[in-house]
Design a protein around this ligand. Structure first.
Ligand code: ATP
Ligand code: MG
Ligand code: MG
Ligand code: MG
Length: 439
């Protein structure tokens, strides 16, 4: 992409209404625009990151065998009357009527709808286990939408639902989600710690939230510092093997890590004092096992091996896709701007032309641009007629992991500069070698 042909409305001034750094940087980098409280347009740069995050979520869901579908944003109120949640959900639910005065709502989550799909089409235990998921916009009329996409009213969520014959199978699905979530967040350059949590209006017995530690997080968390040494890494875990998934859950819950809702000071105080941490965290996902809470009232049953009908055991599992942009920036920025982890960056590399209009420099940049794209890298080429300082400031603000700087002086000796956004380290090398390094 050539910057002169792109749409990147960066802001020079710090937006006054943004209280936290990720919100400020997303506005300044021209990623989002607020259209109403908690409702945002995703401008091209923000949209690219959103799509990359979404793609990682899809890949990791499908890696463990979960099946994508797409449910609508609008849902009939009657479905929610069946589960008893229509009244219970309260003011966070956006309710509306169509022209025939039929009651609809903008879905805050999809347990009822997926249960309806299941009961209409699945009859036998032989069709289990089954896990369906989608990535779809949700609406929750939050009392205090704030911090940009971190607490929006309209937000993008991945929500998945498992259907199993037994509690044991459903707990395997729970553990499998934990495994896939650990991998998902690490691919985005994030450490998200599973913490014992409270199930809230979704209901149920077992639940963990995934939290990214950050001072601006809205949750208070308590943990044993040893938990932060655990990483999932590139291990392979067979998603179909209950023992293998259980082992990962056991490992990642082997140290104290809880949100304030489940915090137990008596247990916490048994941890050696030097390892006790009280901090703040951003909830980027949550997994639940809730058994037959929805299948029973809604009649989602299967014929079991002995010929009798039984309600299925279910769980639901969410990832805050749009919130993740905020969480990643909170975890990865400096005073100049965003520092994108390679897995989610909007472009892999930026090219800065130090002397636009100088034919040797222009053609060297064009050649670099073509060579990098030919290697499958996405490139943002700053071909504006601007001074170098302004170009560097833009690149630092939008946070691409790599920058290639080309100007007449270096090119006279066939060199350009390759700079890492994260470390600031710069190497001088031939343009062809810069391409090799990045490819
Ligand atoms: P919170 O405690 O922050 O209100 P929640 O527990 O109500 O979140 P869940 O029902 O667990 O949310 O939804 C799954 C995920 O969706 C959350 O872990 C979070 O990452 C994301 N999410 C929830 N509410 C919002 C929101 N208002 N804006 C952006 N993302 C959200
Ligand atoms: Mg909430
Ligand atoms: Mg919560
Ligand atoms: Mg939650």
């Amino acid at each position: 992409m050539r910057l002169t042909q792109y749409f990147l409305p960066v802001l020079k001034e710090n937006p006054a209404d943004a209280q936290i750094v990720s919100h400020r940087l997303m506005l300044r980098a021209g990623m989002i625009r607020q259209q109403a409280a908690g409702i945002y347009s995703w401008l091209p740069l923000g949209f690219r990151v959103l799509k990359r995050i979404e793609r990682i979520v899809h890949e990791e869901q499908q890696r463990v065998g979960h099946i994508p579908l797409l449910m609508p944003t609008l849902q009939p109120a009657d479905l929610w009357r069946e589960s008893g949640r229509y009244e219970a959900y309260g003011e966070e639910m956006l309710r509306l009527n169509d022209r025939h005065k039929r009651e609809l709502l903008y879905g805050p989550t999809n347990e009822e709808m997926i249960t309806d799909i299941f009961r209409a089409h699945v009859n036998s235990y032989k069709d289990l286990p089954l896990t369906l998921y989608h990535v779809q916009w949700k609406f929750r009329d939050e009392v205090r939408p704030r911090f940009g996409v971190m607490r929006g009213r309209e937000f993008l969520m991945k929500d998945g639902y498992n259907f199993d014959l037994t509690k044991e199978d459903a707990l395997h699905a729970y553990n499998r989600h934990l495994v896939s979530y650990l991998r998902t967040y690490e691919r985005m350059g994030l450490q998200a710690i599973p913490m014992r949590a409270d199930s809230g209006p979704i209901g149920g017995e077992d639940t963990h939230e995934f939290l990214v530690l950050a001072d601006t997080g809205e949750s208070e968390v308590f943990y044993d510092s040893e938990i932060t040494d655990l990483t999932f890494g590139d291990r392979t875990v067979d998603p179909a093997d209950p023992a293998a998934c259980q082992a990962v859950l056991d490992e990642f819950t082997s140290r104290y890590a809880r949100t304030d809702e489940t915090h137990d000071p008596a247990v916490f105080e048994k941890i050696p004092e030097a390892r006790r941490r009280t901090a703040r965290g951003i909830e980027v996902g949550q997994i639940f096992y809730f058994g037959t809470k929805y299948s029973e009232p809604m009649g989602a049953t299967v014929v079991g091996p002995d010929g009798t009908r039984v309600p299925v055991h279910m769980g639901s599992h969410g990832i805050g896709v749009s919130r993740l942009l905020g969480a990643i920036i909170e975890a990865s920025h400096d005073d100049k701007g965003i520092i994108w982890p390679e897995g989610v960056t909007p472009f892999d590399v930026g090219i800065v032309n130090l002397k636009q209009g100088d034919s040797a420099t222009d053609s060297a940049c064009e050649a670099l641009y073509a060579a990098l794209e030919a290697r499958g890298l996405s490139v943002l080429y700053d071909d504006r007629d601007e001074r170098a300082g302004a170009k560097f400031a833009t690149m630092d603000l939008i946070g691409l992991p790599w920058r290639i700087t080309a100007g007449p002086r270096g090119l006279a000796t066939n060199t350009v500069e390759l700079t890492s956004r994260r470390t600031g380290e710069t190497v001088t090398l031939a343009p062809a070698d810069a391409v090799e390094r990045l490819a």
